[in-house]
Design a binder for this molecule. Structure first.
Ligand code: ARG
Length: 576
């Protein structure tokens, strides 16, 4: 609706003197009442009148503007209570959407908001030496989708994976390798072997507290640059990254940089020095802390044994990103549990007067529940993402074999459906909500799911094939009036309207850093297409101009679904 809304807002501004915001619109619940609504509360307040009265007066004036041909994408405006309800001119609107898609298919639905700007997106960022758990799907899927959405709005997105590759854990792993395993087992067993070492160490540590001291000491040696420690640490890191990349490939996600906390081992002192100069630090029980204005709890900057901390490394990383990318935005796509960490980080950088401090955002997300369990990694009872993807693929394959046994490349399609289902299940739920994963819900072909959207996409393809063959048999002369009349039929106008909303949802997705807006749009478009498909029998159509219009809409729908799914990092099979 962006094209229409921008025009409407411009006219309303001229008529009332009040400037409306981009977000000042609402969908209309019932099509017979209109297609998009402008709430008049803000206008009424500024004009000192009641909202219904303002709606009445402005509806009258907008009618004149429409009659004068100055709002070509609107057909009618009605005052409905405190709202201005607008009916789109569906035929003109469909043409407008088709043109915008043809102009720049990649940026379809996007705005120019990010042109010339850079956003660094820190996402996925798993800890090395541990399997990527199902819960990682959140940061991974959200970060990737947000990067795609930012690019669609013109931003240059820097996809950055900030590996957790430093910390006392690595002391434990270095010791644990010697205690329970060896290098060739590590090469062979990869992350599974590493998790094993880690879990065993944690278990033994409970009985033997001296092991904790030993691990600290081992990490201290690593931080001091001991060559042998460094070599073993690197082994863990390299094997982990190798396995991570396999998973990211499978998900179709690429990173511009695999950084890691270890990168900042020798770059923290300048930051600590700055804090000492500008905020002040003190020693508390041997550790270096800083009392941050507005924070009750002091921030720990260096441990009593001299070891560095997560926040100190993030301070150094923020500066480094500034030097490397000069970003206009920093997005940290990290779980809500780290809220305090990021508040402290951003506040310190603000006090230090960093030019980028005001542009940093913790794009946090809620917890993921799998069935009834929430997930933890400590005790080793982690649900591994790869296993979930495998299971999803198996289930998708079973569904294909039941529904469409002759399907070509069934295995490839099963992978697209299974992985898509897992991604969509996550991305279709609001970023800030606690979300849940449920096998049957995620893989259903009828629910608000990837398989449903993918199926709608594939059905558009088959409809196009059959429709074009049918078109070749029609002999009547094309009738433009019949075509225009078609666009006034409810299922057609409904579909055009939902297609028109795609860009508006994409705008909200950017504004709220929330890919679920895109998922919502994909689903409403798929449902509108479904509705049209059941109401209008394409293959009984005798009038070529009508059939052509229907096929154009089918193409627009297919491309919109594919585009939306692609933004979410989900592939859409041609056929399924
Ligand atoms: N590795 C961390 C974790 O798994 C997430 C890192 C997030 N990014 C950051 N710059 N702190 O919890």
């Amino acid at each position: 609706m962006r094209a229409l809304l921008q025009n409407l807002h411009r006219h309303l501004h001229a008529l009332s003197g009040v400037e409306l915001a981009e977000a000042d619109w609402a969908p209309v619940p019932r099509r017979e009442l209109g297609d998009v609504a402008i709430p008049c509360f803000k206008l009424a307040k500024a004009l000192g009148k009641a909202p219904p009265q303002v709606a009445q007066e402005l509806a009258q004036k907008l009618k004149e503007i429409i009659d004068a041909g100055q709002l070509p994408l609107a057909r009618e405006v009605r005052a409905v209570g405190p709202y201005l309800n607008v009916f789109v001119a569906a035929e003109a609107y469909a043409r407008e959407i088709g043109q915008s898609l043809a102009r720049d298919p990649r940026r379809y639905g996007g705005s120019r908001k990010g042109d010339g700007k850079t956003v660094v997106i820190d996402f996925s960022s798993p800890n090395v030496a541990k399997e990527i758990g199902l819960h990682h799907i959140r940061s991974t899927a959200l970060g990737n989708a947000l990067a795609n959405i930012a690019e669609c709005h013109g931003y240059k997105a820097v996809r950055l994976n900030y590996l957790g590759d430093w910390g006392t854990t690595h002391g434990k792993l270095i010791l644990g390798l010697k205690m329970y395993s060896d290098e060739s087992k590590l090469e062979g067993g990869g992350l599974k072997e590493m998790l094993d070492i880690y879990v065993r160490f944690n278990r033994d540590e409970k009985e033997n507290p001296k092991l904790s001291e030993d691990a600290k000491e081992a990490f201290r040696k690593l931080e001091e640059g001991d060559a042998e420690s460094r070599r073993i640490w690197k082994l863990f890191r390299d094997i982990s990254i190798r396995e991570f990349k396999r998973l990211y490939d499978r998900l179709g996600i690429r990173f511009d940089h695999f950084d890691g906390e270890s990168l900042y081992n020798d770059r923290m002192e300048p930051r600590i020095k700055e804090i000492q100069d500008k905020i002040g630090t003190r020693v508390s029980e041997g550790a270096l802390v800083c009392d941050l204005p507005g924070h009750k709890i002091p921030v720990l900057l260096r441990k009593d044994d001299g070891a560095s901390l997560y926040i100190t490394r993030d301070l150094a990383a923020a500066e480094d990103r500034w030097e490397r990318f000069h970003p206009d935005h920093y997005w940290y796509v990290v779980a809500v549990q780290q809220k305090l960490h990021f508040q402290q980080l951003f506040d310190i950088l603000k006090i230090l007067g960093k030019p980028y401090a005001a542009n940093m955002e913790h794009v946090w997300f809620g917890m993921l529940a799998f069935g009834s369990k929430t997930m933890k990694t400590r005790e080793g009872n982690v649900i591994i993402l790869k296993d979930v993807l495998d299971e999803a693929k198996t289930r998708a394959r079973a569904a294909i074999d039941a529904k469409n046994p002759g399907l070509a490349r069934a295995d490839e399609v099963a992978e697209m459906i299974g992985t898509g289902a897992v991604l969509f299940s996550d991305l279709s739920q609001h970023r800030t909500h606690d979300v849940s994963f449920d096998w049957d819900k995620a893989l259903s072909f009828e629910g608000d799911t990837a398989p449903f959207a993918q199926y709608s996409h594939a059905r558009c393809n088959s409809l196009l094939r059959k429709g074009e063959a049918h078109r070749a048999t029609l002999t009547a002369a094309p009738d433009a009036a019949a075509r225009s009349a078609l666009f006034e039929e409810e299922p057609v106008r409904n579909l055009v309207t939902e297609l028109g909303f795609y860009a508006s949802y994409l705008e909200r997705a950017l504004a709220d850093r929330d890919p679920s807006q895109v998922a919502t749009s994909v689903l409403v478009v798929a449902k509108a297409m479904n509705h049209l498909y059941h109401k209008v029998r394409f293959l009984d159509e005798k009038q070529p101009a009508r059939l052509e219009a229907l096929l154009e809409l089918t193409r627009l729908t297919r491309d919109t679904l594919a585009h939306g799914l692609d933004l979410l990092g989900i592939r859409a099979p041609e056929e399924m």
